[in-house]
Design a protein around this ligand. Structure first.
Ligand code: GRG
Length: 297
């Protein structure tokens, strides 16, 4: 990534971090424990990819100041963080570490971690509706955001993907089933983020192009995630490696092997870059998309 785009990435990340701090800072002390748990997981780092996608799509779709949508963009990070907290719970993947720190339930207990995830989930929709009520987003666009986001994370989206994941552990599945699992579990939220950017900018004709890009990126992203679970280190990933194999998960690597997975991720990245050509100023996102293929965290 060139220096200008690196500076832009850093700027976006800074905006996201500042906004996430505001979400929990304004909460009362009475429910202190759950707020601390929300804050702990929200501010534990992470690439902040999803809110960046929202803002960048809004910008590429003609919004001169995508920063003004920072709160709505972060709604997707609230959902992402909730999904990570719940995914780490003993009844799900039972992971002790996340983003280099003890996972939320290890730090706060299962009860509080479960509730922190629930509260982040509702906060995402509170944030979007509050932005509309404050006049920051036209109401009809806010309704569309709620529609896009809620569909992406329900039983036809993220939750559905998690169910397929749980129910196919230790069983042989074919590539088609793995693709459905991925599309729901990882792909749906990434697609929602890209589409939400187009919606925020009022560029409804761009939605199919944003969605096509997101589908290719989302699959490449998951394949790289599977590869890193085998080739990464604890320091890079902030969690133990080899957990997919330990839990008998179906992944692109277990199904296709490392080499073929790498080659498909590359192919999908090229496809994603092709979809970006619809957008005039796509250089930043093109570079970010390429970097995500070779990421180490
Ligand atoms: C249990 C509600 C519930 C949902 C579970 C999305 C999900 C479904 C679980 C999250 C765990 C997981 C491995 C999802 C696959 C998607 C993925 C690659 C997540 C990691 O996203 P990154 O790399 O994480 O963007 P950071 O830490 O950078 O934000």
């Amino acid at each position: 990534m060139n220096d200008m785009n690196k500076a832009k990435l850093d700027y976006y990340i800074e905006l996201v971090e500042e906004q996430l701090k505001k979400f929990t800072a304004s909460k009362p002390e009475l429910q202190g424990e759950v707020v601390k748990a929300m804050e702990y997981s929200l501010l534990a780092g992470g690439k902040r990819l999803r809110p960046i996608l929202v803002m960048e799509f809004a910008r590429m779709c003609g919004e001169k100041k995508p920063e003004k949508y920072i709160a709505a963009a972060c709604s997707v990070e609230l959902i992402h963080t909730y999904s990570l907290i719940h995914d780490d719970l003993p009844c799900m993947d039972n992971d002790d570490y996340r983003r280099g720190k003890p996972s939320c339930h290890k730090a706060f207990g299962e009860d509080i971690a479960l509730l922190a995830g629930d509260a982040l989930n509702s906060m995402a929709f509170e944030v979007i509706s509050d932005a509309a009520m404050a006049g920051d987003i036209p109401p009809e666009r806010a309704i569309m955001l709620v529609s896009v986001l809620s569909k992406a994370i329900g039983s036809d989206g993220m939750i559905g993907g998690q169910v397929i994941d749980l129910k196919t552990e230790g069983k042989d599945i074919d590539l088609e089933t793995l693709n459905v699992l991925q599309t729901c579990k990882t792909g749906a939220l990434i697609e929602a983020a890209c589409v939400m950017g187009a919606v925020l900018a009022g560029s409804f004709e761009a939605i199919p192009f944003a969605a096509d890009y997101a589908k290719a990126l989302g699959r490449a992203f998951q394949i790289v995630d599977d590869i890193l679970d085998v080739t990464g280190t604890f320091d890079e990933l902030g969690k133990p490696i080899g957990s997919d194999e330990e839990q008998h998960k179906n992944t692109y690597v277990t199904l296709l092997g490392l080499e073929r997975s790498q080659s498909i991720a590359k192919q999908l990245t090229v496809e994603a870059l092709g979809h970006l050509r619809y957008f005039e100023e796509h250089e930043f996102l093109s570079q970010l998309t390429e970097e995500l293929l070779t990421r180490r965290s």
